[in-house]
Design a protein around this ligand. Structure first.
Ligand SMILES: Cc1cc2nc3c(=O)[nH]c(=O)nc-3n(C[C@H](O)[C@H](O)[C@H](O)COP(=O)(O)OP(=O)(O)OC[C@H]3O[C@@H](n4cnc5c(N)ncnc54)[C@H](O)[C@@H]3O)c2cc1C
Length: 382
């Protein structure tokens, strides 16, 4: 057994860390306050490979291994939760289905554009106003064949990156009969007539990551925009979410690491009762628990990413890692605020932003309850 990153992974982590420390972290507060997406930094991510983590080099991506991809998202999460969510949605949801299931034509047309930093990003939407956890039973957005086109009608909700994407992968119902073979993935360019993107949602945190409701009114795209197999959209989406959950866990890990660092720095400076608050045992126990939980989450995430890289089953491990890391991040951010006392509640200090950003991680890409269902199903075989 080897717990060390290899030389290439260590170098990658160092390069990504230096980049995000210079380009993202100093702007994280401004991004949160203004809600402006950090395009200047994201444009620079193209040449570094951060916009094409899983895309093969022949299609303009970096094609890094699954652990390196996870590390990149962790580092971005450490620097800026908003940008990390945009990157997780782009790399994990918007491009990976094309890499895994797309035709060469779709790969050639879209991957180089969205991986380079010259174009916009990508998105995937499955959720609807009345359907989130229950995709199979709940999705009503329809795609119907007409000649050589798909015609889409319906409403979608909570699409991360919609307004900053070249295209959106839409999980739509292609067979009215319902059942597990009635959904398909269809790529819809964002300039398609009949696709309407609503203004960004007003959220608790992650203000620099735009999230939108979307409607389709007779939006037409070529039949060739089908990703993978017709009727296999549910299975393809669930497989995509397995990988995406490692990324959500990685953002959680990055946020927790940043919150712990901030709390430690503060506690070494702040004095109470004649000594540094870092010397108070009550706070030291919070540091110890936080460090232990971060270590646990990191090991779980690395293991899930490693299994993915080995092309082995990792559904249960990804669900466990996401569940644990996201709930851990909330606890660590909670402690970090407590350690800051009143200042922890102030926007002058970064921990309140991290706390708000971390809150989404127990919801997005499957709630904690759904992760528990996924884990239990793998155990009892249902
Ligand atoms: C900021 C943000 C960004 C997002 N980005 C995207 C995106 O890019 N693309 C996309 O498609 N979606 C996105 N989502 C949607 C997200 O994935 C869903 O919100 C999530 O899957 C939960 O679905 P829901 O909100 O419809 O909740 P519901 O499914 O209505 O669930 C409500 C509650 O019921 C619980 N519940 C539901 N079913 C069960 C069950 N069987 N057993 C026990 N408990 C259950 C849930 O755990 C939850 O607590 C985003 C959401 C947010 C807030």
């Amino acid at each position: 057994m080897d717990f060390d990153l290899n030389e290439e992974q260590r170098m990658w982590k160092k390069i990504v860390h230096e980049f995000v420390a210079a380009e993202l972290q100093p702007k994280a507060r401004e991004v949160d306050e203004t809600g402006e997406f950090n395009w200047p930094a994201v444009r620079k991510m193209g040449p570094l490979g951060l916009l094409g983590l899983s895309a093969p080099e022949e299609f303009g991506g970096a094609g890094v291994d699954s652990i390196s991809a996870m590390i990149a998202i962790e580092e971005i999460g450490w620097a800026c939760g908003s940008t990390a969510l945009a990157m997780a949605a782009h790399n994990g949801l918007g491009t990976s289905p094309i890499v895994k299931y797309g035709t060469d034509e779709l790969k050639k047309k879209w991957l180089p554009l969205v991986s380079s930093g010259k174009g916009k990003l990508s998105a995937l939407v499955m959720t609807e106003p009345q359907a989130g956890s229950d995709l199979q039973g709940g999705i009503t957005c329809r795609a119907e064949k007409s000649g050589d086109e798909w015609i889409l009608n319906g409403a979608k909700m909570w699409c991360t990156n919609a307004s900053i994407a070249e295209y959106i992968i839409v999980v739509a119902r292609t067979d009215r009969a319902g059942g597990s073979r009635s959904l398909s993935m269809i790529l819809v360019p964002t300039d398609t007539e009949g696709l309407h993107i609503a203004p960004p949602e007003k959220k608790m945190g992650l203000h620099g990551s735009p999230t939108h409701a979307i409607t389709f009114e007779n939006a037409r795209v070529p039949l060739g925009n089908l990703i993978g197999e017709e009727g296999r959209g549910l299975q393809q989406t669930l497989a995509t979410l397995d990988g995406g959950r490692i990324f959500i866990g990685a953002i959680s890990l990055g946020l927790a690491e940043a919150a712990l660092e901030a709390a430690l720095t503060y506690a070494k400076e702040r004095k109470a009762f004649g000594k540094r608050i870092a010397d108070l045992q009550a706070l030291q126990f919070k540091f110890a628990d936080s460090a232990m939980e971060i270590e646990l989450a990191r090991n779980m995430l690395y293991k899930a990413a490693w299994l993915k890289e080995q092309k082995r089953q990792f559904t249960k491990e990804a669900a466990m890692a996401k569940l644990y890391a996201s709930e851990m991040a909330e606890r660590v951010c909670y402690h970090a605020i407590q350690i800051h006392g009143g200042y922890g509640y102030s926007r002058e200090y970064p921990v309140e932003r991290m706390y708000r950003d971390a809150r989404l991680m127990t919801i997005g890409e499957g709630t904690s309850e759904i992760q528990r269902m996924v884990i239990a199903r793998a155990m009892v075989g249902s």
